[in-house]
Design a protein around this ligand. Structure first.
Ligand SMILES: NC(=O)c1ccc[n+]([C@@H]2O[C@H](COP(=O)([O-])OP(=O)(O)OC[C@H]3O[C@@H](n4cnc5c(N)ncnc54)[C@H](OP(=O)(O)O)[C@@H]3O)[C@@H](O)[C@H]2O)c1
Length: 285
């Protein structure tokens, strides 16, 4: 048995737009077996969580309004989200001790995952493992699908990226530059966008009340949900990994150490305190 620190939802965040506070979560300690327990037997993995992603969609899950798409968190239970983990024990044929995986896991030190078929096994470990919570995980696939599939971009197009220095937007802007587009981002951290990520222009959304005036162009928008495009993940990796290895793609992360600091780190994504993809490092490998 081992101690298992967990971040538990204390109470629901009010309404659809209410901002969470640290008091909406608390740290608790449970105990967990170091082997997959007898009761689970077949098809279960026990993981040590290494990195947890702070993603905006998690806010929706903290409310008590009906949320069919993602499911609500339940007060008194640990919250969950995308993360990177190491398999400690497995009774699932596709996973073995020592494998690295990414996918939905608990906001806790160790998790028993009863639907491991939804996890992705990590095959490439020559890049930082934390990237599977960002550029090589759900946000990266969102950027890829949103830009290449939904936007159908052409060289020379003008591309406007909102939330441009976040986990998704920083990639959309760089993909657009690879294709020879003119890229403008809406973001406070203007220097980061222009100097490190190569955007052609940027403005601070907090100081720009009139989007039309800022853009002075016609704009096409379309909604989508990344989970409808999971089958594109291998194609996405084939494109992104070489760019990363060659150093042609920059990914800015903002890593907080320790699950204890999880609530503050998570709240940072709603209060402008993060610089790039916000990730919590729970443990070393
Ligand atoms: N459709 C999908 O399947 C899908 C998948 C993933 C993400 N998303 C959505 O994509 C968006 C970005 O996600 P992310 O993971 O990149 O989030 P993130 O890493 O938290 O970054 C969000 C960025 O947006 C900026 N921002 C906040 N309010 C803004 C505003 N009014 N105008 C312009 N920028 C603003 C923030 O800047 P400050 O820090 O300065 O406030 C921050 O840099 C979110 O809305 C998320 O829900 C959609």
């Amino acid at each position: 048995m081992a101690n298992n620190k967990q971040l538990v939802l204390n109470n629901y965040v009010n309404g659809v737009i209410g901002v969470p506070q640290e008091s909406h979560m608390y740290l608790s300690t449970a105990s967990i077996s170091s082997k997959v327990e007898q009761e689970y037997k077949i098809g279960v993995v026990l993981v040590k969580n290494l990195y947890l992603a702070c993603d905006p969609y998690m806010r929706i899950r903290m409310g008590n309004h009906q949320n069919r798409e993602f499911g609500n968190f339940i007060p008194g239970y640990p919250i969950n989200g995308f993360g990177v983990a190491k398999v400690l024990d497995s009774t699932h044929l596709s996973f073995k001790e020592g494998d690295f995986v990414w996918g939905t896991t608990g906001w806790e030190e160790y998790s028993v995952i009863t639907t491991p078929e939804r996890l992705c096994k990590i095959h490439y470990t020559d890049v930082p493992l934390s990237y599977y919570a960002g550029i090589l995980g759900m946000p990266g696939l969102t950027a890829y699908v949103g830009f290449f599939e939904i936007c159908s971009p052409k060289t020379g197009d003008h591309v406007f990226v909102s939330a441009a220095s976040g986990a998704v937007g920083q990639l959309v802007g760089q993909f657009a530059k690879f294709l020879g587009c003119h890229v403008v981002g809406s973001r406070e951290k203007v220097e980061l966008l222009k100097d490190r990520l190569g955007f052609d222009g940027a403005f601070n959304y907090k100081e720009e009340p009139d989007l039309n005036a800022a853009l002075k162009r016609r704009i096409r928008m379309q909604g989508f949900v990344v989970f409808d495009y999971c089958s594109m993940y291998p194609k996405f990796l084939d494109m992104v990994l070489p760019y990363l290895r060659e150093g042609r793609l920059v990914y800015v992360e903002d890593i907080t150490e320790g699950i204890l600091n999880g609530p503050a780190a998570f709240l940072g994504i709603f209060t402008g305190k993060c610089f790039g993809k916000k990730v919590i490092k729970v443990s070393g490998e």
